[in-house]
Design a protein around this ligand. Sequence first.
Ligand code: GCB
Length: 874
Amino acid sequence: MLSKLFKAICLLFVAVFYTSFAFAQRTEISLNNDWHFSKDSSAKQSSVINLPHTWNKDDVMDDAPGYYRGPGWYHKTLTLNKSFKDKAIFLYFNGANQETDVYINGHKAGSHKGGYTRFCVEADQYLKIGVNDIAVKVDNSFNENIPPLTADFTFYGGIYRSVSLITTNKTHFALEHAANGVFVTTPDVSPSSASVKVTGEIDGSANDVQVITTVLNGTKTVAKATTSIKDGHFEHTLPAIGKPHLWSTDDPFLYSVKTQLINKTTGAILDEVVNPLGLRWFKFDGEKGFFLNGNPLKLVGTSRHQDFEGIGNAIPVNYNVHDVELIKQMGGNFLRVSHYPQDPKILETCDRLGILASVEIPIVNAITESEAFTETCKNMQVEMIRQNFNHPSVIIWAYMNEVLLRPKFSDDKPRQQQYFGHIKQLAQALDSLTRKEDPSRYTMIACHGDYNRYRQVGLVEIPQIIGWNLYNGWYGGKTEDFGKFLDSFHHDFPALPIMISEFGADADPRIRSLQPVRFDKSIEYAVDFNKVYLKAIEERPFVAAAAVWNLADFNSETRDETMPHINNKGLLTWDRKPKDTYFFYEANLIKQPFIKISNWLIRAAITDSLNQSVATQPLTVFSNAAKITLKVNGISINTQQVSDGMSTFNVAFKNGINKIEADAIINGKAYKDEAIIKFNLIPRQLQSAKQANLNINVLLGAKRFYTDKARNIWIPDQAYKPGSFGSIGGETYVMKGNGRQSYGTDRNIINTTDDPIYQTQQVRLQGYRFDVPPGKYEITLHFAELTTDKTKEALAYNLDNSTNKEASQERIFDVLINDKPLLQKFNVAAKYGSLTVGTEKTIVTVANKNGIKINFKAIKGEPILNAIQLKKIS
Ligand code: GCB
């Protein structure tokens, strides 16, 4: 008991007594622990939390539409001892979404607009030695004057990045715009020499002080200069560095730049800031693409959202590092940090690993034509640039994404023209501001594929690089249109550098297909899609850069589809597990030997007609070898060529466990990957079924395979043939409504996370048969009424569609099993509600050779069935 109390007292001391070290110039102490959080201003019913924190981690995943957008309050006690006397003290926020007011001892000490840039509150005039009360109000409500206004991602609220207490001398490098006050540029870099220029601002008295900057290679000084301060400003160019070790994507060598503020008389160091330095030069060329240090370099990588499964956006800081490592591991050399600036660790890691980066502010889809909106955008742009200025990885500052996708005022053309004029003005203002703030980088805006619109509005000519977000073959058209689009744009604007700022297709890792089609969400469709795109990108030197949308799946609360609330375009799942699309890029991009068997590891199929003991299915191996030899269950089946980083084998799988080995020789050395594939072999002729545990799970109206939460594997339906099983009559459900296109329905099904089981169906079905031998079976019928009057806006990106207005169908039918009524006057919607799971289970004893006959008898409307399961009990 006593020891517990003692421990608690010790912890209290550690947690609340912050000490500023007398000799340190600038100290930074984490303030992440022990905050009280509540959604109202009284801390009485608060919970104790540590930062990073978001209040939306759970409600973005429930079936109820929407998530909490409003205020949240954070309180903390901060006890300062005497060492803080006469210091400048700042509360430094790495990110809080999206409007923040900071109160210290009841006084409003600062506020900030925008959820993605850092900010810093000058606190010393409100703090006292002793106990202080810090209260932070964060609000993620919609605010028409803060971008983003709408977007395909979730605006999680909270102090979702770290907070710290920074202490400096009264005279220090300015922390304006939450930058570190020192700005490093490299006006001339070549293999023989590099010049480094350092500028900055000072706060406090500049009497008797000077600035010393040292460029270090490890601990070795390679250049040094001293300068004085004029009107709070300093600037100096250091002596040239001979034969610099250049920074590149393959060899991301970093020097460091230490800048010190020194008292001339005493020699005391008043402040010190260390920045990274990468010596490199680069350019974008309209015809030839991108060059780093004079060498052409095709930039290929991904975009990245910051949230993670089960955590939301309040991720531990190392998750940021890991994401950049995953891009590097894939062979990527480019990151579009989108749609907003991210944790400082992202660019730090890009510097260290050699990933070039584009960073942007979140003006997505729309703008507000107000002075206040423009001001917030400009301020964000300046914050983004100054806070990230010294990262050698940054090559592009961007500021708009798809602002003409669904422009406002579509019913009032003159008003819309005026709106377009305002967008152009804003783009022009941000572009000029960016070039003035940082003439050494390029500007970019990301546009959706309607290039005439961007041209007419006059946006194409404003940035130095045009980014295209292209989804040909996903939201519309064909994958082949991608290359054609690029060629025609390049033909019209040959001098304008182009990057593919987005391209991607949804891939739900639970869905696989042997007949992949657009919108089926299968991994196979996404692999094919990426294959076409990567080839087109590689074939065109004028395409400077390309970023797959997206590194990982991410939350977009308003989305429904197969995995409600998730955008599945990630190469990795939301918890960063690789999909085959990730292996595809590894095989195509990395230089080290690579061989990896597709991770379609739980499979099922109906046996080949003549051979009831195997089922043949394709199996893909991803590799950068020339040839691959595949062994299945110890027997070598074939050696095949690899093209586009992959080779697909036809494999005869047996029931149960199949051991797969893929072997390749790369540069004279042997490489291997192994996998175990669990196969549920379903006999075509059920009478001869040998499986004691016969288990058939069928999706109706679908041509895809699905692995559910319980790891059951579902197969596509077949038309019934005597001796086997399948549906009789009817047709696949197709969603009707303003041309909305989807695979089955794209709406969320209530009461399940296995939505794909319910999202397709057979309509006007007459019957279902299983010609099973005598025995006891469990039959489960799965229903969901997919027609509904509940409307939902289609995704803005889905250009073919607008809103879903599919009139609900009334249907009443009887279901009989072996002539006995199972469901009478059954009305799925009336019993369960529309778009909601309805499951009906029964046990059937088969005594004769007639198997199981299920009949659907329409009383009103058309009978339906979404999925069916048969399980042999005895
Ligand atoms: C886009 C948007 C991005 C979306 C993406 C998609 O064009 O820029 O924010 O997430 O499409 O997946 O639809």
